[in-house]
Design a binder for this molecule. Structure first.
Ligand SMILES: Nc1ncnc2c1ncn2[C@@H]1O[C@H](COP(=O)(O)OP(=O)(O)O)[C@@H](O)[C@H]1O
Ligand SMILES: Cc1ncsc1CCOP(=O)(O)O
Ligand SMILES: [Mg+2]
Length: 258
């Protein structure tokens, strides 16, 4: 499926996306998924997961503010998604900052996510390489992490996306770059987390590589448009939600280089 077909299908189906995300991202990620055209549900109680995960079109898991009860929910939801072949997306936010978080990320990776999305420092560390990450923010260039992404994709079976000024996506064989966006994007917290949630919406309607590419392109196109209107990170956020809703299927191809 082309990115245009993916966007049309995603809006036609408006899939239900279960997001287990962090306290910071909860609101903006839900708004991003809604603005783009799908239906988010922030459901993380371990008691609810056996009923809810099987009816979701996709699951997204983000470890940005993980603690023990959240970890249990994440592992259970990931297992259910795998068993029921529901696509699921892993966002290993700042997983290198502590042994605890590193272990949670590895335990989730072992449950075979369909897609992994992170910034360059997160992908480098997940592949076992040294990086310069500072908490949730990247300290490494996307280019420096491309080899790690290919290796991680081959080893894990996931499609791996690195975001930054120039995005990169690979399934271990195919690869693409995406340009555009805005320098305000890393200055608005949880936009990366929100992109992970949107990847779930696309993964619910088509193959993983195509879904990842379409979600990345949707963000780059909307980011470029919002950046042209914004005067700072606050107004960027408002314009960005409008731009996600206004972006059409035929807009996506322009930002992709394969
Ligand atoms: N300097 C930049 N210029 C243009 N787009 C950017 C830039 N930095 C990040 N982005 C975009 O911002 C979105 C979130 O990516 P990123 O900031 O890397 O995630 P995270 O918040 O996880 O670190 C992606 O769509 C990415 O392409
Ligand atoms: C600031 C912060 N701290 C813990 S999670 C989080 C949000 C990070 O979001 P993103 O990686 O998408 O910018
Ligand atoms: Mg960020």
């Amino acid at each position: 499926m082309t990115p245009a077909e993916m966007l049309r299908q995603m809006r036609a189906d408006a899939p239900l996306v279960q997001c287990i995300t962090n306290y910071v991202a909860m609101n903006i990620a839900a708004n991003v998924v809604l603005a783009a055209g799908a239906s988010p549900a922030m459901v993380h109680a371990v008691e609810e997961i056996p009923e809810f995960t099987p009816i979701a079109g996709a699951l997204t898991i983000n470890i940005g503010t993980v603690s023990a009860p959240w970890r249990d929910s994440m592992l259970l939801a990931a297992e259910l998604a795998r068993d029921k072949t529901i696509p699921w997306v892993l966002d290993p936010v700042a997983h290198f900052i502590s042994d605890y978080r590193r272990q949670v990320a590895q335990d989730l990776l072992a449950r075979r996510p369909t897609i992994v999305r992170g910034n360059a420092s997160e992908i480098l560390a997940l592949a076992g390489e040294a990086g310069l990450g500072k908490g949730a923010d990247s300290g490494d260039s996307v280019e420096a992490a491309e080899g790690a992404a290919r290796m991680l994709a081959q080893r894990s079976g996931a499609v791996v996306a690195i975001t930054g000024p120039l995005d990169f996506v690979t399934d271990g064989t195919r690869a693409a770059h995406l340009s555009g966006g805005s320098a305000w994007m890393p200055k608005v917290t949880a936009l990366g987390c929100s992109l992970t949630a949107l990847m779930g919406a696309y993964a619910a309607v088509g193959p993983a590589f195509n879904a990842t590419l379409a979600a990345l392109a949707h963000f780059k196109v909307a980011g470029t448009r919002a950046g042209a209107e914004a005067t700072g990170p606050g107004s960027f956020q408002v314009h960005f939600l409008d731009a996600l809703a206004a972006t059409g299927p035929e807009d996506l191809a322009a930002v992709i280089r394969t």
